[in-house]
Each structure stands twice: as structure tokens, then as C-alpha cells.
Design a protein around this ligand. Sequence first.
Ligand SMILES: Cc1ncc(COP(=O)(O)O)c(C=O)c1O
Length: 390
Amino acid sequence: MKDYTLLQRKYLVNTYVNRGLTIVEGEGVYLRDASGEPYLDLMTNYGVNIFGHGHPVLTARLINQVRKLTTLHGSFANDQRAEAAQKLVGRCGGGLSQVFFSNSGAEANEAALKFAVLATGKKKFVACRNGYHGKTLGALSATDGRKFREAFEPLLWNFTVIDYNNLSALETALSDETAAFIVEPVQGEGGILLPDAGYLGHAGELCRSRRALLILDEVQTGTGRTGYFLASHPEGLFYDIVTLGKGLGGGIPIGATIVSQNIAERIPRSSHTSTFGGNPLAASGILGALEILDEALLAHVREIGGYFLENLLKIRSDLIVQVRGRGLMLGLEVKARRDEILKELQKEKILAIPAGDNVVRFLPPYIIEKDHLDWALEKIGGVFSALSPS
Ligand SMILES: Cc1ncc(COP(=O)(O)O)c(C=O)c1O
């Protein structure tokens, strides 16, 4: 059998960690290696394949659209794109009224930052420690972390970095020159870090008092991940700008920057465009995703996520510092040996991913059931017992 790990290492720029595993297909909650061995997918490609792999409704839509039309520049209208935008705005609510489509989470944030400059005429921003917004230069300016930024500094504009979940730090950092505060409703890459209830609402009020915008980066938390279409929905916010990506296209690359009318009106023609942005194939993925992601499935995410969290909390090990999360966005913080734990889980045919410096992150597909999790929980418990026998 060909060694694709080797081939990939030879011919691709090696910016990624090597998991030493070749995946060639997926079905439901499982991914399969080249020999057909199944792995329980508790990471969904960093939160993308929210309905698992090969969902029949989504697959049928995408195949149908591939036959009809895959790309079409935004200067032409298209049925899939127009309806995807209309339905997405409807699902977001909170005063959001227009969408800019791109192709990734980082691009969604690039657009958000540019739109904030265009709408306010200001170029200063506030972002959070441990925040992650992507690695293109604009998004990277808002992303925290020496290892990501050091080689590229100075980055764009003027970003003040403050502690997450700290309203008085935000109040101090905001000035009349601030264009926007960019923040995640739950910090994902930073380590599944949860703010206090009401944090986002108060942050929004503080921003309004300084005529700054609030950019909510829901790339990881959005499209149902925490059991609500937007993680911020329970807070009943009135939004300026929300960014989405990851699972929004049901597995097809997508980014979306959704803005209020006020902001949309201040964005001039040609100020921001993308050849692939809002292509009919990705738009049909959005329509499929919005159709599948109904209230019943969101309720399932809340319930099954609660079950997973409750049972992860029962695992006893000296290595575990804390288990936390919302819906199907869960993190298990350990004192040490995080990467070893991920490797051992992989040996047990469970795929999880890292977050922050010491967190094992689980982002399972929304179709996961108790049986899958019971099987996984036994294996996870076994890995911890083997690594730190009590
Ligand atoms: C909150 C958040 N914003 C932005 C991004 C960047 O998305 P992408 O990798 O699609 O550019 C990510 C990716 O993990 C993310 O979690």
C-alpha cells in the first residue's frame, strides 16, 4: 500500500502537525483509514462535518448542484446564493440583514475587520488573549499567540489585547477611536474557555457607548455547535457583525460575514470581493445545512452534549484539571501529556484534537448517539487509567 503520509510530507509544505494517519473516507460518525479500519470521529475536521459524513440530504443536494452549476461570480445573481443568504439572515436574527460570503473562517474575519473600518472610519481594534480568528494577515492581527505572530510582526493596524471575560479591561481598552471589539462566544482554539453569562451583552453595551462595533466570531461556536444556531442566541443580542464558517456549508468550504443594515449601507461597491465567495455549490451546502439543522437537532446537540460532559466529568485521573464546554464543544484540560493522550485515543480508534496548550478537544458530529459516546467514554477512561494508574 502506498505511504500517503510520506508522499504528503514530501510534496506539501509541512505547516501541519503529522498525525501519522491516512483517512480516505467517512460514513456517518466514522472515518476510515486506507485499510477500511473505522475511527470514531469526535473532531469533525475541527468542527466542519457537523452532520457526520455522507449525510443523504446534503449529499443529494450537492450532487444535484455539481451537475447544474458549481461557481458563479457575485456580479451575477443565482438561486442558491440568494436563498442561502435570505435563509441565513433569517436564522441569525438580532438585526442582522446582509451577508458577505467568502471561503473560510479567516476570510470571514478579514471581511469583518474591513467592514468595521469602512462603517466607522476608524482603524483601532480590541481583541482577546487566547483569541483565535485565523492566520491570514488581517485575521492574524486579531489572533493571540506568539508562535503564530512573531515572524510576521508588525501586523495590521492597532490591536489592543485584553483578558477574555473581563469587562473592566474592555472598558479601559475602548476609546472613541476604536472601530471594533472582536471576540468569540466561547474561545475554541484557545482551550474551550467559557465567559460568564451576560458577558457578550455587556460587551456590546460598552462598545455602543464608545461608538465601536462588536464583531462576534462564531466561526467555531456557530451553526449549532453549542446547541443554538448561534452560541450567542440565548443572550438575545442585537448584533453588529457575526462571522461564520466551518460547518455552515455542511462540509463545503465557506465563510460568511453577516452585518446589520447600518453597516451594509456603508460598504462601497468593489471594496471587498472574492471569486469563489458564495459559489452555488457552497450555497447549496448552506441550504442543506440549514434544512437539516432544525430545532430537534439543536435540542439533540444540547442533550447529547450534556450527557457527554456529565460522563467525562466522572472520569477520575490525577492528570485531569477540568472538563468544560457547551453543547458538543467540549474540552478536557490536563496537567500534562496532552499529545500522548491524543495519540493513545487514536490507537483506540478515537479521533480528538488539541486546543490551547493542554486541552483535549472534542467536537463530535451532531448525529452522535449515546451508544457511540458510551463506547468512547470507556476507551477514554481506559487511556487515563493506563497513563496515570491511581
Ligand atoms: C473562532 C475561529 N475563528 C476563525 C477561525 C479560522 O477559520 P479557518 O481555519 O477556516 O480560516 C477559526 C478556526 O479554527 C476559529 O475557531
